[in-house]
Write a new protein. Structure first.
Lengths: 598, 158
């Protein structure tokens, strides 16, 4: 009996995995009833290696195929399912160019250690039986035999800290909430994953929703809550769908609902769809949004763990945090704490994206170095170009230069360098990424997402954006850099919520580590990376150009002329400086230059 | 689009009369009518016994909600960081050139609306464009015209 696991996460679905799964089912159904091999097709959650999707894994052979198309299905059935032989061309090619059969030999997966993502890619997300078969809801069963104090003590022993970015000790949060003798209490899950470049929460909600429900149920037992909410981003359709299905299935089985596993305890869970506002990832704004109000944060003289939803004690935990909870209760806090560093225990899921060869979701022990993540797991920089920076922690994080690549990644180390681990987005940039433009990008993002309630954030960001835009467009002055720094410090000190307080990080870190790029924009009137269009012009090096016409085909503005096998030419009047030619050229013949002031 | 009060009532009545459902109701209205019609806002204010101004502040705060009608096809171009550094910026310019609209606008024929979104969580496929829920990963300027034309052709055929 073989199982065919077809990855149906958002990434693989975008690459057509639904058709692949349907084709497997069609061909299997069409086989003779007395066919010698029985097999089932399973639609699983995200395997994390989305760029190479659709992914298909054959169990028990542990053969993993990548980039599978409908047309490959018949061959897989014939060779692998009937005879146990791999289809060579669909196997992953490692760095040495050898084909590898299973995930256990794939350099992307080998260094990983999966706790939060333990079931994803193996189970059908909304199928309770699948989840139960992996030991699911064992943590909840065990928690029902424990006192609230014992549950919380186990969490404290594990050293688990909030995975949403702030890193607050989960056990301490639960203990505080449990201490209030005020009812009702609420448990809430923060699935408003807004940091661009991070998608671990989407993956967990889509691929293993029951683990989050189980984590919430354990929390509810520990603090004495009977109602809970999952606040999920509006953009995450599949996640909303799978979580709703999982809640319905768990209620139908009596796992949650009016009588949790026959214990007489209750927990009613419901999904609230986000409205598409980044600031709603902030705890008090999120709660305002659940209550049906505008998602503006409030000053936290009184923490939401004391007065949260409808002014009642509320525990809000991140998706990944909650997915760790059942594992901790099942295996014990000490076991979990044996992984990681002194101050940061367990594993962390990172979204490794940007200009890196192997992009995707990776889960590694805390304390793994940036170099290991980017160069071993990620395979290095696309096109073997030069590494310039890695941006961690989303808009609140910073840009870390090559000289700091050996830093271990945990809650505390990156923070001491002005960046932060944050929710785990890790965006790799090469020499064609302009750090000034990246800083401008984040400030633009945040000024649009600022709710406008407090003045420092609303006005400060607007002013910083104006200065950064001026620099990117060739109107910068050296004294602007000092103004940026003082505005940044002002925002840190005086903003109402973490959005404003951490907003200057991308600017302050790029000013600290990449000041030369700012200076090149201002003093030399050029963008070293060739990104800022007003400070860049492209020319073709006639000696390097082979006349292949790749640039001419790629140019959206018809600015390139030239005969085949003869050097081409860019018409500067038509050129829109989009960089398509530079990406298309295989010979490095496109030269990036500055531009005279207009 | 014809807006019938029956349809609006139907959406409202599927939720209890509590403020906490205001966002969900508005999202349903948005989904049904491609925007929240004035009649819907007024009916909701009455249904929840809450001032229209409160609902108006929500409708203008949340990006998922819109008081103006949107195009038949909604193009969501991701400008999250991963997509941004892999060239989303030039795709925005490309769409603007091809359709003559900026982000947040709708084409005159009402066929397309362009929205910039801040990360769809599909960073591994960057740059990503989504049209009405269909994902187009690793978009390029070269692929752009064909994708947009396929929706135009479909509209013509109807």
């Amino acid at each position: 009996m073989r199982t065919i696991r077809v990855c149906c996460g958002t990434g693989c679905l975008a690459n057509g995995s639904a058709k692949v799964a349907a084709e497997f089912e069609r061909l299997i159904a069409a086989q003779d009833a007395d066919a010698k091999v029985e097999c089932t097709v399973k639609r699983t959650g995200c395997n994390g290696f989305c760029e190479n999707g659709p992914l298909v894994t054959i169990i028990p052979d542990q053969i993993s195929y990548y980039h599978v198309k409908e047309g490959d299905v018949a061959e897989i059935l014939e060779k692998t399912i009937a005879n146990g032989e791999p289809v060579e061309r669909l196997l992953y090619k490692n760095d040495k160019g050898e084909r590898v059969r299973s995930q256990a030999d794939n350099p992307f997966y080998v260094p990983q250690m999966k706790i939060a993502l333990r079931n994803i890619g193996k189970i059908t997300p909304d199928n309770v039986d699948d989840y139960l078969a992996t030991g699911g809801y064992e943590g909840l069963k065990k928690a029902l035999t424990m006192t609230p104090d014992e549950i919380i003590t186990e969490l404290e022993k594990s050293g688990l800290r909030g995975r949403g970015g702030a890193g607050f000790p989960t056990g301490r949060k639960w203990r505080t909430a449990a201490g209030y003798n005020v009812f009702p209490k609420y448990v809430a899950c923060n699935g408003d994953e807004g940091d661009p470049g991070a998608f671990m929460d989407r993956s967990v909600l889509e691929g293993d929703p029951h683990s989050v429900l189980e984590g919430m149920a354990i929390c509810a037992l520990a603090i004495g809550a009977e109602e809970g909410f999952l606040y999920i981003r509006d953009e995450y359709n599949l996640a909303v769908q799978n979580v709703k299905a999982a809640i319905a299935a768990a209620e139908a089985r009596g796992i949650i609902g009016d009588n949790i596993l026959g214990s007489g305890k209750r927990l009613k869970l419901s999904v609230v769809r986000g409205g598409g506002a980044f600031v709603c990832g902030e705890s008090t704004a999120l709660m305002a949004s659940i209550e049906g109000r505008v998602g503006e944060p409030r000053a936290k003289y009184i923490r939401s763990v004391q007065r949260g939803l409808w002014n009642q004690p509320t525990v809000l935990n991140n998706v990944e945090t909650l997915a760790n909870v059942p594992y901790i209760i099942t295996h014990g806090g000490d076991h979990y704490a044996s992984v990681g560093t002194q101050g940061s225990k367990g594993t962390k899921v990172f979204a490794l994206v940007g200009k890196v060869k192997r992009t995707g979701l990776v889960e590694v022990p805390m304390g793994t170095t940036l170099r290991h993540l980017i160069f071993d797991i990620g395979g290095g920089i696309q096109g073997n170009r030069a590494f310039k920076a890695v941006q961690t922690g989303g808009p609140s994080g910073g840009c870390i230069p090559a000289s700091l690549l050996d830093l271990p990644v945990d809650f505390d180390t990156l923070t001491s360098y002005g960046a932060m681990m944050g929710s785990g987005g890790m965006i790799v940039m090469d020499d064609r990424s302009c750090m000034v433009e990246v800083a401008r990008y984040y400030i633009k993002f945040l000024s649009e997402e600022s709710c406008g309630k407090c003045t420092p954030c609303r006005e400060g960001l607007r002013h910083m954006l104006k200065i950064l835009t001026d620099i990117c467009e060739g109107r910068g002055r050296m004294e602007d850099l000092d103004t940026l720094e003082s505005l940044g410090e002002m925002l840190k000190d005086s903003s109402l919520c973490a959005l404003g307080k951490s907003a200057p990080n991308p600017v302050l870190t790029t000013l600290k580590y990449f000041r030369d790029e700012y200076e090149a924009h201002i003093l030399e009137h050029r963008c070293p990376a060739g990104v800022c269009t007003k400070l860049t012009s492209f020319e073709i090096d006639a000696d390097a150009c082979k006349g292949c016409s790749a640039c001419k085909r790629a140019c959206p503005a018809d600015a390139i002329s030239g005969e085949v096998k003869k050097p081409h030419h860019i018409d500067p009047a038509k050129c829109i400086v989009c960089g398509s030619c530079r990406e298309a050229c295989k010979f490095g013949a496109i030269i990036t230059k500055g531009r005279d002031a207009e | 689009m014809q807006i019938s009060m029956e349809e609006i009532e139907e959406v409202l009545r599927s939720y209890p009369r509590e403020q906490r459902y205001s966002l969900a109701i508005m999202q349903d209205l948005q989904h049904r009518f491609n925007h929240i019609p004035r009649e819907g806002m007024e009916a909701l204010a009455e249904y929840l016994s809450c001032p229209l101004s409160v609902l108006y502040s929500m409708a203008t705060f949340y990006k998922a909600l819109s008081l103006k009608p949107k195009g038949k096809h909604i193009i969501k171009l991701c400008d999250g960081t991963a997509c941004h550094i892999r060239g989303a910026g030039s795709l925005i310019g490309g769409i603007t050139r091809l359709l003559g609209i900026q982000a947040g606008e709708t084409t005159e024929d009402g066929l397309f609306s362009l929205e910039l979104v801040n990360c769809l969580g599909s960073c591994a496929l960057a740059p990503v464009m989504v049209v009405d829920g269909t994902y187009y990963g690793k978009m390029t300027m070269e692929k752009l015209p064909a994708v947009l034309n396929s929706y135009r052709e479909e509209a013509k055929a109807q």
